[in-house]
Design a protein around this ligand. Structure first.
Ligand code: GAF
Length: 399
């Protein structure tokens, strides 16, 4: 069985600092950390002004940053063979490609005043080294973790207070992803990476941008969150995600509403076009499921949680059409082996499933999924435990 460890934060920090010094010749100013996430309910609802309920993972991306006296930007990653070098101006859309675009894009976005009311920062040249324990392409938001780790570290390296700048970092990270990387994503991942609180999920309402922590009571009810990475890689820059987003916008237009948040499941059924009707049905019922999931956690109602998770998975599989055989097998097997409930999570087309599992059944459920994958001829999956962690943090070197 493969378990993905979040790593020991002190060890990771010490190694990053050491390797920064050997890569760039002196110590970094700041180490930033931002987590990946697993979403418990509310998929593709963020860009429909809906509700989401993600949890920050203990797995995170780390960024070591040192300010330079010129405008040169050097970016390296422990996970990538080749680095990127350019200038602050060269970080703008159309410049960096591939993984470096996530980091460089944030430097550009921080300098733009990424949203209304967000002050543009004067971003200098930087040396930057990245490390991560968030699996890439697993639907666990490695991209937002990278963007937010870099942005948080740069904000702190400028001598600014991170807490005051959290909303600005969220906005900058979203702009980096949509405008520099070119992935038309919705904002859930960056929001949870910056605003999550340890021990809780984050309920975010994208109609007004408000959020609040939701205590899941996992320890008290003896439940754990088991995440299974199917190793079927997903990429948000591929067409499927953008097509779903376009379908939702078209469905809203035909219903005469600004976003599907303003529609109801009954209104979704009025759509003549079968595909758009099913897309709108998923979004409108999924938003309702987020509300009911929050209530079910508060009531410690395992039967309701099981029904909601499964209904969400079926909706994503049949109406939104973003699942795949590996995700369906992981969900089905988790429930057969004793999970309270399970669903695919994240953007879809591969990636991970999340199961709510009684603590004493975790090993058995993971083993059952592994056996099922062997039987079905799928690549071996990897598992991790999603202990709800905190949002991004920074530490000045020397503190
Ligand atoms: C990806 C996107 F980045 C998010 O904005 C969200 O839409 C999610 O897919 C689906 O819920 O993670």
């Amino acid at each position: 069985m493969t378990w993905l460890s979040p790593g020991d934060p002190d060890d990771l920090r010490a190694r990053l600092r050491r390797e920064f010094e050997s890569a760039f010749g002196s110590a970094p100013d700041v180490l930033g950390r931002a987590p990946g996430r697993v979403n418990l309910m509310g998929e593709h609802t963020d860009y429909n002004a809906g509700l989401v309920l993600p949890v920050a993972l203990p797995h995170a991306t780390w960024a070591a940053v040192r300010r330079r006296d010129d405008d040169v930007v050097r970016i390296r990653s422990r996970q990538q063979e080749h680095g990127w070098e350019g200038t602050v101006a060269g970080c703008a859309p159309g410049g960096p490609q591939g993984w470096a675009a996530y980091a460089a894009g944030v430097l550009w976005a921080l300098g733009t005043g990424a949203a209304e009311g967000v002050e543009p920062l004067s971003v200098p040249g930087v040396d930057l080294l990245l490390d991560s324990t968030v699996p890439v392409g697993a639907g666990l938001s490695s991209s937002a973790a990278l963007e937010c780790a870099v942005a948080a570290a740069v904000v702190a390296a400028l001598g600014l207070d991170l807490d005051t700048h959290r909303p600005g970092v969220v906005a900058a990270a979203i702009r980096a992803e949509t405008e520099v990387v070119g992935a038309p994503t919705g904002g859930m991942d960056q929001t949870v990476a910056m605003l999550a609180e340890a021990g809780a999920a984050l309920l975010v309402d994208f109609a007004d941008g408000s959020s609040r922590p939701v205590d899941l009571g996992l320890a008290a009810s003896g439940l754990r969150l088991l995440v299974t990475d199917t190793r079927v890689s997903h990429a948000l820059v591929d067409g499927g995600y953008g097509e779903r987003r376009a379908d939702c916008e078209e469905a809203a237009r035909r219903l005469g509403v600004a976003s599907l948040r303003e529609a109801t499941p009954a209104r979704a059924e009025e759509l003549d076009d079968d595909r758009l009707r099913r897309r709108a049905r998923h979004i409108t019922t999924e938003i309702e499921r987020v509300r009911r999931t929050v209530e079910a956690f508060a009531d410690d109602d395992h039967a309701a949680l099981g029904r909601l998770l499964l209904a969400s998975h079926v909706s994503m599989r049949d109406d939104f059409e973003i699942s795949c055989p590996e995700l369906d097998a992981a969900v089905e097997t988790a429930v057969e082996a004793g999970a309270v409930g399970a669903r695919m999570t994240g953007g879809g087309f591969g990636g991970s499933a999340v199961a709510l599992v009684p603590a004493e059944r975790v090993e058995a459920v993971a083993r059952a999924i592994d056996l099922r994958f062997v039987r079905d001829g799928f690549a071996a999956p990897a598992h991790l435990l999603a202990e709800p962690g905190p949002g991004a943090s920074v530490r000045r070197v020397g503190d």
